[in-house]
Ligand binder design. Structure first.
Ligand SMILES: Cc1cc2nc3c(=O)[nH]c(=O)nc-3n(C[C@H](O)[C@H](O)[C@H](O)COP(=O)(O)OP(=O)(O)OC[C@H]3O[C@@H](n4cnc5c(N)ncnc54)[C@H](O)[C@@H]3O)c2cc1C
Length: 566
């Protein structure tokens, strides 16, 4: 049941209280209320996703950033980006970041999951993740034979996943170049099969032309209206409280929260009889832990907060992937430049039939490449990837127009998938409404710089395939040549950005490890009553986009929680 005021809550004790109705939180809300005797409350800071039109239309994704549905975080000045501060979006809406993200569905590699599989959190690809997936046909209903491998997909899960339903002229070029070059660029029938290397068709969390988020899938009408589920939107958790009077191991089952629009009005508290679950995301979860005195005791005390659990790893180890967009002009006649009139036409088509360019996101292929084993870089650095089926870099191609003719420009996105730079999240102050200090340490490591340079040169090699000849591609604001090491470094520092895949601020570690925030069963170390389930628990970023791994973690966590209490 969706609620927007504390006074509408019938009780202040629930079996489970989940902070954050985001990508992971919505999964838990659904799975834990499958037991009708368990009463579950979700506290979500953002508004409901219902009737947020731009979140429903896949192709309007860019309009959700810097909107009321985005927390609008900014990093501190990044030395690796020549002192620039960059925007870090996060979903501030039911469904969390799955309601505002790019909708790419990338499971990453099977060895990424093996590496996450510390003891109990044994994620099996695709078993755990596939509970999330509801494979469906693309919006345009085209024949998808040869565009994915049905052996790896599940039609009976929750979140719609489909290949793109809006073809572009550039698609044929990408495939032809892949065929001509082979090797690193060979066609991969399905990069969500556990082996992701090569170039293949994108898979998107889109069903019947609409975004499928954790909110539309796991909190759709037949779930959110369960009488044992209350979803309180517009309320922000500000502190976790210790309810043990006896001293000793803290019991962290009570959470304090306020209505976002009236932060100085009443402060409310609810208690979980069984567990309090933090699913507030890589930024929200770590900030809430620190605000509660859970973190490095000296650091929290310096902000005027009484230390509660000394866990110095809270807010450390934050890992995000560097990103670079490069544009290429086409030296041919007959290209299409998207205009307002075209956009209106596309919108009308979407409104009428849920088809057309806005039923997709502009990227129809992704490429996944490894830095070769014989690269001299490996004599200096350890390979940060989880295994030999795992890429170091990703390319995405956006052809600029959904038309028989190509767009006037081709945009390529490059991502360094396995960064070794590690950042931090720290409190700015004890005020829960002040954004934390977010330092993602982009391009601090020389290996991360090398990886991005490798991505640029690999992309240039791809564009040397004869398939591209008749497009007469010319780079717009191009990076310097390969042999200009310093110029390339400067270019990356001036134009590098975030892929928005941060993880690791409340990382999982082995049970008796002297570092880490949660045990492999995702319970907070040195306390009882509290689990963390979201992207913050990932000690490494998986080699791809992070929503599919978050679904897998949340589904697995739901099973662990059910096993503990049923
Ligand atoms: C712009 C963008 C594009 C992306 N594109 C892709 C993509 O195409 N494919 C992909 O796989 N991944 C993508 N990602 C990453 C991916 O979506 C996220 O890693 C993932 O969804 C995170 O899930 P989560 O459950 O950890 O957090 P979230 O989904 O962010 O959930 C956290 C929830 O907690 C709420 N919250 C936070 N603090 C509080 C508090 N104190 N009290 C109450 N509620 C609180 C938030 O409002 C939010 O709803 C993208 C990310 C961004 C930002």
């Amino acid at each position: 049941v969706l609620l927007d005021s504390f006074s509408a809550l019938p009780r202040t004790e629930y079996d489970f209280v989940i902070v954050g109705g985001g990508n992971a939180g919505a999964v838990l809300a659904n799975r834990l209320t499958e037991y009708s005797r368990w009463k579950v409350l979700v506290i979500e800071a953002g508004p409901t996703n219902e009737n947020v039109f731009n979140s429903r239309v896949p192709g309007l994704v860019a309009t959700l950033q810097r909107s009321p549905y985005d927390w609008n975080y900014t990093t501190v000045p990044q030395p690796g980006l020549n002192g620039r501060s960059i925007l870090i979006p996060r979903g501030h809406i039911l469904g969390g970041t799955s309601s505002i993200n790019g909708q790419f569905y990338t499971r990453c590699s099977s060895s990424d999951y093996d590496r996450l599989a510390l003891n109990h959190l044994s994620l099996v690809l695709p078993a755990d993740e596939s509970q999330a997936e509801r494979w469906t046909e693309p919006a345009d209903g085209h024949d998808t034979t040869g565009e994915y491998d049905p052996r790896f997909h599940n039609k009976n899960g929750m979140t719609y996943v489909s290949v793109s339903g809006a073809p572009q002229a550039v698609d044929a070029k990408v495939l032809e170049a892949s065929k001509q070059l082979g090797g690193d660029y060979a066609y991969r029938l399905d990069f969500n099969s556990g082996d992701s290397l090569g170039i293949g068709w994108v898979q998107l969390t889109v069903g019947h032309g609409e975004r499928s988020s954790s909110a539309t899938a796991y909190l759709g009408p037949k779930y959110i209206n369960r009488s044992n589920l209350h979803v309180l939107v517009g309320h922000q958790a500000v502190r976790v409280l210790n309810t043990t009077s006896r001293g000793g191991v803290p019991s962290l089952r009570t959470v304090r929260f306020v209505k976002k629009t009236e932060p100085n009005a009443s402060v409310h508290e609810v208690t979980a009889k069984k567990e309090l679950i933090l699913s507030a995301g890589v930024i929200g979860t770590a900030q809430l832990l620190l605000l509660s005195g859970i973190g490095d005791s000296t650091e929290v005390r310096s902000k005027g907060i009484e230390p509660l659990v000394n866990l110095p790893s809270v807010g450390k180890n934050v890992t995000d992937q560097p990103f670079l967009a490069l544009q290429w002009g086409l030296g041919i006649n007959g290209t299409v430049t998207p205009s307002d009139a075209l956009q209106q036409q596309w919108l009308a088509q979407w409104n009428e039939t849920r088809t057309g360019p806005l039923s997709s996101i502009g990227h129809n292929h992704l490429g996944w490449v490894r830095i070769p084993d014989e690269s001299p870089v490996w004599s200096q650095y350890e390979d940060p990837s989880s295994g030999r089926n795992t890429p170091h870099i990703e390319f995405a191609f956006n052809g600029g127009a959904f038309h028989p003719n190509p767009g006037a420009t081709l945009t390529t996105v490059l991502i360094g998938l396995q960064p070794v730079s590690r950042g931090t999240l720290a409190l700015n102050s004890a005020d829960p409404f002040e954004h934390p200090l977010l330092d993602l340490a982009f391009l601090d490591s020389d290996l991360d710089l090398y990886t991005m340079k490798y991505a640029i040169s690999s992309l240039r090699r791809f564009f040397k395939a004869p398939a591209w000849d008749d497009y007469k591609l010319s780079p717009i604001s191009p990076p310097p040549d390969e042999d200009d090491e310093e110029g390339l470094t400067e270019y990356l520092r001036n134009f590098g950005d975030s892929a928005a895949h941060a993880v690791g601020s409340a990382a999982m570690s082995a049970k008796n490890a002297p570092y880490g925030v949660v045990d492999p069963d995702l319970k907070l170390k040195k306390a009882t009553g509290l689990r963390v389930v979201d992207a913050s628990i990932m000690p490494y970023v998986t080699a791809g986009h992070t929503q599919a791994p978050v679904y897998a973690i949340a589904e697995r966590a739901a099973d662990l929680i059910k096993d503990s209490w049923k």
